[in-house]
Ligand binder design. Structure first.
Ligand code: M3P
Ligand code: FE
Length: 310
């Protein structure tokens, strides 16, 4: 039959303590487009995304994460996954069309990792700012924009923290159908980190050990390593605090930079990796190799990267 279940990461909803400053950064440095504003929120998307938004900034007195929203293939998947989550023992809330901006009916529930997860099938298409006619593409249609902003084409993945990575991973796999591409095990064989996918990429969602309900980062896709270099130049020029990189991950093989938005939420730009099919055998890393696993060039982790999340 047609593909079913979770399709990809839809949007990340975070809180910010200064909505104007956050919006200035996510538009002026990151190069996202504002698609809607409400009394307390700004909705943004990347230039090559079709859906209503991939990031919601909501004003609050604390920086944190409201929810993660994943898009499912079909309306029937909502009923299907609602049943599975309920059977697992977690209550599911149904939101009707119009309750959330830019999307139709959705379901929401808490995960064992302490995060609010939303699933939605019907999201308003607002279209990309790229021409869609099948003509000879102009240079800007090929994705290489003039760079005074990072302007990633799309959002890629997110990384959350959980006290029990093993239990959380099992929920995402058994109940929601995620496939595991890579895992990092401690000396006793317990999962310290797991990388999960639905979109045939190295990860749509990853989980590392930490506080329940925490956000380590969300990551934007870039098309190639040259774009990562450009991103570093733009971040440095704008005085944005880098966390790590540019470097490469051992896990996922992706090239990366981590940095913080002006309110303290960690962002990542990411490119490369591989294309795992559903039959991809899980790659297992062990804690004695954790440096190379996370930062392949440096071979070691930094303290801030391990400790800071929102
Ligand atoms: C990634 C990635 C941690 C590992 C992070 C890895 C926080 O962000 O994209 O593979 O240990
Ligand atoms: Fe990442």
């Amino acid at each position: 039959g047609p593909p079913r279940g979770i399709l990809r990461l839809g949007h990340v909803d975070v809180t910010v303590t200064d909505i104007d400053l956050a919006t200035a950064y996510y538009t002026g440095v990151m190069g996202m487009e504002v698609t809607a504003r409400t009394e307390d929120s700004v909705y943004l998307k990347c230039w090559d995304e079709e859906d209503h938004h991939s990031l919601r900034l909501r004003y609050a007195s604390r920086v944190g994460m409201d929810l993660m929203s994943f898009k499912v293939h079909h309306e029937d998947d909502l009923a299907d996954l609602e049943k599975k989550v309920s059977r697992f023992g977690f209550p599911v809330e149904r939101l009707s069309r119009g309750e959330t901006l830019g999307q139709g009916e959705s379901i929401r529930f808490s995960t064992p990792s302490g995060h609010v997860m939303e699933l939605v099938a019907d999201v308003e298409k607002v279209g990309t700012s790229r021409r869609r006619e099948p003509l000879a593409p102009e240079p800007s249609d090929l994705g290489r924009m003039v760079r005074d902003q990072i302007a990633p084409p799309r959002m890629d993945h997110m990384l959350i923290t959980a006290e029990e990575v093993g239990d959380s991973t099992q929920f995402f796999m058994d109940v929601l159908g995620f496939r595991i591409t890579e895992q990092l095990l401690d000396g006793n064989g317990h999962q310290l980190g797991t990388w999960l996918e639905r979109s045939h990429s190295p990860h749509d969602l990853a989980i590392v050990h930490g506080t329940n309900g925490g956000l380590h980062h969300f990551a934007y896709w870039l098309d190639e390593w040259d774009d990562v270099r450009d991103a570093a130049d733009i971040l440095a020029y704008n005085g944005i605090q880098l966390d790590v990189g540019p470097t490469r991950h051992g896990i996922t093989r992706g090239s990366t930079i981590y940095f913080f938005d002006p309110l303290g939420t960690r962002n990542e730009v990411f490119t490369g990796g591989y294309r795992p099919d559903p039959d991809f055998p899980t790659l297992t890393w062990t804690e004695d190799n954790i440096g190379r696993a996370i930062f392949y060039y440096e071979g070691e982790l930094n303290d801030r990267f391990m400790k800071v999340h929102t």
